[in-house]
Ligand binder design. Structure first.
Ligand SMILES: [Ca+2]
Ligand SMILES: [Ca+2]
Ligand SMILES: [Ca+2]
Length: 374
């Protein structure tokens, strides 16, 4: 198990109408080694404080001797007291970290170096329905949703959650999502670019957005969007004969080109009929035409996400000796995700097809593919 940290509530609602001025969450942690290194900071600060003396916390909270003994590795404690507008973070480092080399209290350590980080917000119950947005934009691709908010001269924090669940309002009128797939938190600032990726193409998604300021005022809303559908074009464009299979003559071979689509397996098979082949000049290539296949535009899920190709050849030797076969394995084509990355234009992949009959005949094929979203 990797080290993890969580909170019983990630949003504390402070009801100043009944005299509340602050709140605390309960932080639960589980290290994957002794001792667990847990750090604290206000979001937006570069450096962290800690490591927290977890055993001392357990003693201060009057825990049992057994809990105090375990506290070095796992347990729970009350967060710092949080006033409306506070955004606090607790992070746990993975095991094997040498605090002399990675010390988040003395050097800027990227969030990715932590095993887990929990972010806790304290917000006002009665927010006054502010509208912080001075400018905004959005772009939806096949595999991403990009959203940007500017909040004028008011420093704000934005939380965007994205998933294929149902948005609903909780008892405080804050929008929540029944199934969250991506949580994006933009730290205190005036401009908030947020990109949720990877998303599945051609799917209906919901997003909830919450913008809050350092006073704990917040605004919350939701939106729906549909990602673009994906089209993949595959072309088998060239063959290179590495060994034609007949040392003292021209070989003669037919070739088969296959396209596979996720769990559906091979969805297209194309065959080039038998023709002479020659390996005399290693720089010669056979240009192919007409061996293309397109898939989509269509919606994508786990089931049909991967596109793979396979090339195979059959060198004929008559009835005096066995024919020679050569084949590649199924080779996944690159399908990147994210804004500015998801489109692929004429990317070539070289697929080698070694002999599968322990003979000489060997070739490679060049496959060209493009990925577009519409
Ligand atoms: Ca042969
Ligand atoms: Ca030959
Ligand atoms: Ca032959």
């Amino acid at each position: 198990m990797t080290a993890n940290i969580s909170a019983d509530q990630e949003t504390l609602i402070i009801d100043t109408d009944v005299g509340q001025t602050s709140g605390q969450a309960r932080i639960k942690y589980h290290g994957d080694s002794r001792p667990a290194f847990v750090f604290f900071r206000r979001m937006g600060q570069a450096l962290w404080k800690g490591p927290i003396d977890l055993q001392q916390k357990a003693i201060d909270e009057g825990k049992t001797a057994a809990e105090i003994a375990d506290a070095k590795e796992f347990g729970d404690f009350k967060s710092e007291s949080m006033a409306p507008g506070n955004v606090f973070q607790y992070g746990i480092l993975p095991s094997g970290v040498d605090l002399d080399t990675i010390d988040p209290t003395r050097q800027v350590v990227s969030d990715g170096r932590f095993a887990d980080i929990v972010t806790i917000f304290a917000l006002l119950k009665r927010s006054g329905e502010p509208n912080f947005i001075s400018d905004q934009g959005s772009t939806t691709g096949g595999t991403f949703r990009f959203r940007q908010f500017a909040t004028g001269s008011t420093k704000t924090v934005v939380v965007m959650k994205v998933g294929r669940g149902v948005p609903f309002q909780d008892e405080f009128k804050i929008w929540r999502l029944s199934k969250v797939e991506h949580t994006l938190i933009s730290p205190p600032g005036l401009n908030h670019p947020l990109e949720a990726t990877p998303l599945w193409p051609g799917q209906l998604y919901a997003a909830t957005v919450r913008i809050s300021n350092d006073q704990g005022q917040w605004q919350s809303f939701h939106e729906l969007f549909v990602t673009l559908r994906r089209k993949v074009d595959v072309t088998f464009s060239k063959l290179k004969i590495i060994n034609d299979g007949d040392p003292f003559a021209l070989g003669e071979a037919d070739f088969t080109f296959e396209v596979a689509e996720g769990n559906l397996g091979v969805v297209k098979t194309m065959t080039r009929p038998i023709e002479d082949i020659n390996d005399e000049n290693p720089f010669d290539e056979i240009s192919l035409s007409g061996f293309s296949h397109s898939i989509g535009p269509k919606s994508i899920t786990e089931d049909n996400q991967k596109i793979a190709v396979r090339v195979s050849g059959h060198e004929h030797d008559g009835f005096l000796e066995p024919d020679e076969l050569a084949s590649s394995s199924l080779r996944d084509l690159e399908i990147p995700t994210g804004m500015g990355k998801e489109n692929v234009t004429g990317k070539t992949t070289s697929v080698s097809a070694p002999s599968t009959t322990n003979a000489d005949f060997t070739f490679s094929a060049t496959v060209t593919h493009s990925v577009t979203y519409s």
